[in-house]
Design a protein around this ligand. Structure first.
Ligand code: NBP
Length: 478
């Protein structure tokens, strides 16, 4: 009888195929299956020599090929396909078997599936995987959620296939239920903010700096050897430097300016609204993509709505350095907001997330991998109950050192009519957060006027209402 496989992967599109190859290359026997059998056959023909694979045409064969308790990675399109696969699998499984959804599922779905599987005696893990197809093959960042004891059964495999930074795998148990998919969702949200900030920097350097795409590419290449060092800054340099074979122009100049999205940024923003966490950077990044999608409307508006007369700034070198600093400060804000959101979610769901560990497993393998995540890990190591990363001396100093440049960038962009929703909202968040007394006193006054919603006083306990349309006297509403 053939030896049973340690783990199975069903769903052999790009991510599932590469995860399976990654596992097999590291010496784990992997059973593979895909709804459409031709894909399994193709996979085995192309990659069968890379490790100990067992191909299965049916789910029954697939399940039979696995050692028990079975460990099954489901890597199919997020949404209904995941439920369809679980429904087909569960009658074939035994109590204690583990289903691992490693796609980009929405965390409430993961919570529901975990409960449904638990009713059937099965263990369910929602696992975030970041790094795209390249990461899946060579070492992604892995964010496993679900029962700790189930994680214990797959830890050896997941840590072996994960990216490695300084000998530490980019994989750790995140928390129960939907915690893993939640953290992956926020990771993607931060990725949206990072990308939006980069796009705004490019826009400003193009329109206020008068620089070409390859010139800006070189600037990004230089930035990648400083504080901003990260995968996204690195690939921005590469993408901007690329010449289009067909036209000989920079490739980005012939790419349509409409950004697509698959939903994780939107989910992050919606959840921030539900939790009551100010998440301006990520949310503006989502809105910027939706604005970009209105291409026909924008074309008409460009002919109709007036802006300032185009002009170049006098000192381009200074603009470049200011934008670098604004980019860094705004990025710090985006991460501070994302981590504050994870903290709020952890408290709301009782997940007990180790936020420093989340930064640690994002240092390699994933799209937002960056040097500066080390600083976040250090910050939470020193202050596990930190409310906001901006309050840690390293980040306090970073944003404070950058603030003059940051403000100049917002002014320059505004004067030049360049939209910078992420730069400006990050700065407004910074200015709002550092205000001991903001203008919400007036908001409360207005709410009390039109809706008798009451207000609290700075000099007395309790709630109060002013009889605005009667005699103007104040009454206690407590
Ligand atoms: P896709 O998201 O394109 O899904 C294709 C796979 O789903 C195929 O194997 C397909 O089988 C299977 N499938 C579908 Br569609 N409906 C099914 C059903 N009802 N029953 C069984 N199988 C079904 O694949 P992907 O791009 O590899 O992504 C997989 C997951 O990983 C997704 O959740 C994605 O969001 C996530 N992810 C992707 C990336 C990335 O860079 N692409 C990065 C990180 C995470 P078929 O061959 O029979 O049609």
């Amino acid at each position: 009888m053939a030896e049973k496989s340690r783990i199975g992967v069903t769903g052999l599109a790009v991510m599932g195929a590469n995860l399976a190859r990654n596992m097999a290359r590291r010496g784990f026997g992997v059973a593979v299956h895909n709804r459409t059998t031709a894909k399994t056959t193709e996979f085995l023909a192309e990659h069968g020599h890379e490790g100990a694979f067992t191909g299965a045409e049916t789910l029954q064969e697939f399940v039979d090929a696995l050692e028990t308790p079975r460990k099954i990675v489901v890597m199919v399109k997020a949404g209904k396909p995941v439920d369809a696969v679980i429904d087909e699998l569960t009658p074939l499984l035994d109590p204690g078997d583990i289903i691992i959804d490693a796609g980009n599922s929405h965390f409430p779905d993961t919570d529901r599936r975990a409960a449904e599987c638990a009713e059937r005696g099965l263990r369910f893990m929602g696992v975030g995987v970041s790094g795209g197809e390249e990461g899946a093959l060579n070492g992604p960042s892995i964010m496993p959620g679900g029962p700790l004891e189930a994680y214990g059964e797959v830890e050896e495999i997941l840590t072996a296939i994960a990216a490695d930074v300084d000998g530490t795998p980019c994989c750790t148990h995140v928390g129960p239920g939907g915690a893993g998919h939640y953290v992956k969702m926020v990771h993607n949200g931060i990725e949206y903010a990072d990308i939006q900030l980069i796009a705004e920097a490019y826009d400003l350097l193009t329109h206020a700096g008068g620089l070409s795409a390859p010139e800006i590419g070189k600037i990004f290449e230089q930035w990648n050897s400083g504080d901003l060092e990260s995968f996204l800054i690195e690939i921005t340099g590469i993408v901007l430097a690329k010449t289009d074979d067909r036209t000989g122009r920079p490739l980005v100049d012939v790419v349509v300016d409409q950004a697509e999205q698959k939903g994780t940024g939107r989910w992050t923003a919606i959840d921030a609204l539900d939790l009551g966490v100010p998440l301006t950077g990520i949310t503006e990044a989502v809105f910027a993509r939706t604005l970009s999608a209105l291409r026909d409307e924008r074309a008409e508006a460009a002919r109709t709505l007036a802006g300032p007369t185009p002009a170049r700034v006098a000192d381009v070198d200074r603009l470049v350095d200011d934008v670098r600093q604004a980019l860094y400060a705004s990025k710090v804000v985006a991460y501070a907001q994302g981590f504050a959101q994870m903290r709020a979610a952890s408290n709301a769901h009782g997940w007990d997330l180790d936020l420093g560990a989340m930064a640690r497993i994002w240092r390699g393998g994933c799209i937002i991998r960056a040097q500066f995540l080390n600083r976040i890990t250090e910050a939470y190591a020193e202050h596990p109950d930190l409310d906001n990363l901006l309050m840690v001396p390293y980040f306090t100093k970073a944003v404070s050192d950058a603030q003059d440049a940051w403000r100049r960038v917002v002014v320059t962009a505004t004067e030049h009519g360049v939209a910078i929703p992420a730069f400006s909202s990050s700065l407004s968040y910074y200015d709002g957060y550092r205000r001991e007394r903001g203008p919400a006193n007036l908001i409360q006054g207005l709410r009390d006027y039109f809706g008798a919603h009451t207000y609290r006083r700075t000099d007395a306990d309790g709630a109060f209402h002013t009889r605005w349309s009667q005699d103007g006297t104040e009454v206690s509403a407590s």
